[in-house]
Design a protein. Structure first.
Length: 276
């Protein structure tokens, strides 16, 4: 793993998402679906369907069902865990650094039985050893400054033989240019991360057996192409100048993100591992 020139703290990350939650909900998705999509091809521009497809692929690869007890680490606005509970009948908890997103998740979940959300850190989880059959995460663990510590905590709260299934952003190369640092890394308070191979080594060091590691950079490129197009279209019809400027700046970042992918400075992958 290599870092960019900036090292952000957990407080930096939590504060950023507390401050931007309402903006993202207003622009990106009012129900809080803020994850990378798994698209059917270049012509597919249905973001919501692609995001749901990502969730279903991960659930299938992890073998989540009615008997599963799932922890969603970095649960954000709660959509992934709610989707798993509604579609597959599992029970579980979500944990996130952002108090604002946890509050939204609790409201979104309503009175659904068997699921709950907590404000907390992936490096100091408030759970007993072996509490869960599955730990899942979508596009969140890259933001943890002390990744080995979060991997150790995930291993601890899984029962022996439990499954860790997640998607995450990748840093395929060590050297990151200034444009990628500004529009990809610093934009979301990301210090730096792993390559696809580096991630597998880190998981093995933490006591996991790798079952699946898949590079999905084409899907993240399509995600930001679609989101950039959406931002530009909405900016044209938005009367509020500040909101319009934010959308246009986001659209610019979406273009830069795609360029960073092409330069090998940014990527996305899905992993499934088993606790030894």
């Amino acid at each position: 793993m290599s870092l960019t020139s900036h090292v952000y703290t957990e407080k930096d990350v939590g504060d950023f998402f507390d401050q931007t939650t309402q903006t993202y909900l207003t622009f990106w998705d009012s129900e809080g679906v803020l994850h990378t999509g798994y698209f059917t091809g270049d012509a597919d521009e249905d973001y919501r369907a692609a995001a749901e497809r990502t969730s279903d692929i991960m659930a299938a690869e992890a073998g989540i069902g009615e008997t599963s007890h799932v922890l969603d680490v970095g649960c954000g606005c709660g959509n992934f865990l709610i989707h798993l509970a509604d579609r597959y009948g599992c029970r579980g908890e979500g944990l996130d650094l952002s108090a604002e997103r946890v509050a939204f998740a609790r409201k979104l979940a309503g009175d659904r039985p068997g699921i709950a959300f907590r404000h907390g850190s992936a490096t100091r989880m408030p759970y007993e050893d072996g509490s869960f059959t599955h730990v899942v995460s979508q596009d969140a663990l890259f933001l943890v400054p002390d990744k080995p510590r979060s991997h150790a905590e995930i291993n601890r709260v899984l029962r022996p033989g439990g499954i860790f299934a997640f998607s995450d952003f990748l840093q395929p190369r060590e050297d990151i240019g200034e444009r990628a640092r500004k529009h990809v890394y610093d934009r979301v308070r990301w210090s730096g991360g792993y390559s696809l191979v580096g991630y597998q080594r880190a998981l093995e060091d933490a006591g996991f057996e790798i079952l699946l590691a898949r590079n999905l950079e084409d899907h993240i490129r399509q995600t930001y192409r679609v989101l950039g197009k959406t931002a530009r279209e909405r900016a044209e019809t938005t009367p509020d100048a500040a909101a319009r400027d934010w959308m246009l700046a986001f659209a610019e970042s979406c273009g830069e993100i795609q360029a960073a992918i092409d330069r090998g400075e940014f990527g996305w992958g899905i992993f499934v591992a088993r606790r030894r």
